[in-house]
Design a protein around this ligand. Structure first.
Ligand SMILES: [Zn+2]
Length: 326
């Protein structure tokens, strides 16, 4: 069996290897070592790469990955599962989206792939991670969250030919109903799009909300869907669950708030809306109703501001456009 080495995690045999990958240095010179898990099956097969917390306060995927590994019987696994459950550790430590040590670049790790060895801090982290991903991964699943616990949607890199077809297969096996076959000209610098351009089918899960806005039920459901992907890829035995038709979108629209105020939403994730649908109600500081937020587009609610307080420029709603059952 060929050795797989990612940072200090070394796998020579069936079983689970743990270690860390150094992706940078802290201001005091200590290493930024991110956790690495390698689940190695007894039989050779594909390598599925999983990562979470690309954005440091999007925890749900971290727990889905940990749940998978807690119950992973490598004697029945074909191939390898590589998992980096906390990618942006510096952001994770501050419970925020981006690294507190980033300089002037903004530092969104999911816009920095494939990274640069001599770029900004975040570009250097991306380079350290992506060098390993490109070398080892046959498939990529990247876990994110949005704003509230009821978030359940996904997207795959809709590349031409087999790369896109294989990514769609993962999307159907995971089976979140709201799914965007993502056009290749959006989300530049994301791990998913960068991998797809290198021939690695990529899929992003958006499950739950940032911070504590998710629950154990969502983690267990996400883990079972992930196991279904492994069955679909022939990496675990057993029948593949058919989730039936999915709702596909042509693209998505972000709508930012152009006003502030106390805010309570009136739609849930997954709801169908029309242009003009009331999304929520604003209140003034005395508690009196102070206007409604209305949707500029028809579609499906992918994410909605949780309230209760809105500032100008915050994301009011994220809408999947032109929903159709496929
Ligand atoms: Zn994210």
């Amino acid at each position: 069996m060929q050795e797989i080495k990612i940072g200090s995690a070394v796998s020579n045999a069936a079983g689970i290897a743990k270690g860390h990958l150094k992706v940078g240095d802290l201001p005091d010179g200590r290493p930024v070592d991110i956790p690495v898990l390698i689940g190695r099956g007894a039989a050779d097969g594909p390598t599925l790469w999983l990562h979470g917390c690309v954005h440091g306060n999007e925890y749900c995927g971290t727990f889905i990955i940990q749940e998978l590994f807690r119950n992973l019987d490598t004697s029945e696994l074909t191939g390898t599962v590589v998992a980096l459950p906390i990618l942006n550790l510096t952001a994770f430590r501050r419970k925020q989206r981006m690294s507190p040590f980033e300089g002037y670049g903004g530092g969104d790790l999911n816009r920095c792939f494939p990274g640069k060895p001599d770029g900004s801090l975040t570009e250097q982290m991306a380079h350290a991670i992506y060098s390993e991903l490109k070398q080892h991964a046959d498939y990529l699943i990247d876990f994110h969250t949005a704003m509230t616990t009821d978030v359940r949607w996904a997207l795959y890199a809709n590349a031409e030919g087999p790369v896109g077809d294989k990514a769609e297969g993962i999307a159907r096996a995971f089976g979140f109903n709201s799914t965007l076959p993502a056009p290749m000209d959006i989300l530049g610098g994301s791990a998913m799009m960068t991998a797809a351009r290198d021939g690695i089918p990529g899929y992003i899960v958006e499950a739950g909300g940032k911070g504590p806005a998710f629950d154990p039920e969502l983690v267990l459901d996400g883990c079972e869907r992930l196991r279904n992907v492994l069955r679909h890829l022939g990496m675990l035995p057993g029948a593949v669950t058919d989730h039936g038709p999915l709702t596909y979108f042509s693209n998505f629209a972000w709508v930012m708030s152009t006003r502030g105020g106390l805010f309570q939403r009136q739609v849930a994730c997954g709801d169908r809306i029309e242009a003009g649908t009331v999304l929520g109600q604003y209140y003034d500081l005395y508690g009196a109703p102070d206007g409604e937020a209305r949707s500029p587009h028809a579609g499906v609610v992918l994410a909605i501001h949780p309230g209760p307080v809105m500032s100008n420029g915050e994301t009011l709603i994220h809408i999947g456009l032109d929903p159709r059952e496929v």
